[in-house]
Design a protein around this ligand. Structure first.
Ligand SMILES: [Zn+2]
Length: 336
């Protein structure tokens, strides 16, 4: 079977005609397979949803229990047959519950990786390279200039700063699903055992990570109303990036703005966002991770979904691997 008859792009998202399902559709469809819980991949309103148990839980936390007509849980590695197409989920190392989806029929195997990274992250299962004919990859950081530093080194800079400026509250912007919990876990791994304060928007997901066995230590609500300003002197406060743009943030003592994102590699972005301490911590693959993964899958063809497709397609061609950009729309690569 030709790969493009097994899976091809449609306005709704990647579609599998023989299986009659979509992967991460951006519009409501009858049957959706979902790689992970980020809102640009996991949307409410589908008829039937197949995803890992953790992704289903996360969707239900974010959208309410009736987010889909029906749901089915896929265990990692379990083969599920849909209209004669074999589907298996494998860890993607992106956020809790994140999976690559392997689609196979008549000896043709395609892996749709969703978002993924290769850097170690103790808050989710590590990425597993799957041998396949076609590997579908994102390219959020698909330029050679993107090389993520060690996340431990970035967190060490944050902790050093809290010692250097013990009177200032350190406000760390981090996306609510995945990044926030990873940042807290990294701070704990660095030996920091003081309370960490979190914005209310993170509470539900942090609780869920804890239920799933990710130890986040002493977390407290960052409510300024019932505490003295001084309580937050030298404290680490984690919240969604948007919260730090509003009045909430200005209530903290002499706040020092930090932002944990792969985009902090670009100095201009940090400056424009008024970020004093940029922390380059990404849940996406950098250039080296992307190219290494492509080689490890052994795929003879690469399809690039979104991000900086051109450079990665060019790299594949130079290395004798066929490649094309799918130009999928609806996936924003800002959320890292
Ligand atoms: Zn994602």
């Amino acid at each position: 079977m030709r790969a493009r008859d097994l899976l091809h792009p449609r306005p709704e998202g990647l579609y599998c005609p023989p299986g009659d399902f979509f992967i991460d559709p951006v519009r409501p469809v009858a049957r959706a397979l979902i790689t992970h819980g980020h809102s640009d991949h996991a949307r409410a309103g589908h008829g039937a949803v197949l995803a890992t148990g953790q992704t289903l839980d996360i969707m239900s936390l974010r959208y309410g229990q009736d987010f889909a007509g029906s749901t089915q849980q896929a265990a990692m590695g379990e083969t599920i047959r849909l209209n004669g197409v074999d589907v298996t989920f494998h860890p993607a190392g992106h956020v809790l519950g994140s999976a690559q989806i392997c689609v196979e029929k008549d000896g043709t195997r395609i892996v749709a990786s969703g978002d993924y990274k290769r850097q170690p992250d103790s808050t989710c299962l590590p990425f597993e390279p799957i041998r396949c004919d076609v590997f579908i990859t994102e390219a959020t950081f698909g330029l050679p200039v993107f090389r993520h530093p060690s996340d431990n080194d970035e967190i060490a800079r944050l902790i050093r700063s809290t010692r250097q400026f013990p009177e200032r509250a350190h406000l760390v912007g981090a996306y609510a699903l995945g990044k926030a919990q990873r940042v807290v876990r990294l701070i704990r791994d660095a030996g920091y055992d003081r309370p960490i304060f979190i914005h209310g928007a993170l509470a539900k997901l942090c609780d869920y990570y804890r239920e799933q066995g990710v130890d986040l230590g002493d977390l407290r609500p960052a409510t300024v109303e019932d505490s003295a300003k001084g309580d937050f002197a030298g404290a680490i406060v984690v919240g969604p990036p948007a919260a730090f743009a509003d009045r909430w943030a200005r209530r903290f003592p002499d706040p020092l703005s930090c932002f944990a994102s792969g985009w902090m590699r670009i100095r201009q972005r940090a400056k424009q966002g008024g970020v004093e301490l940029p922390l380059i911590i990404s849940d996406h693959s950098d250039w080296d991770e992307l190219t290494r993964t492509i080689v490890e899958t052994g795929a003879r063809e690469i399809w690039v979904t979104h991000g900086r497709e051109e450079a990665l397609v060019r790299w594949c061609e130079l290395n004798g691997i066929a490649a094309r950009a799918l130009h999928l729309v609806g996936y924003e690569d800002e959320g890292d």
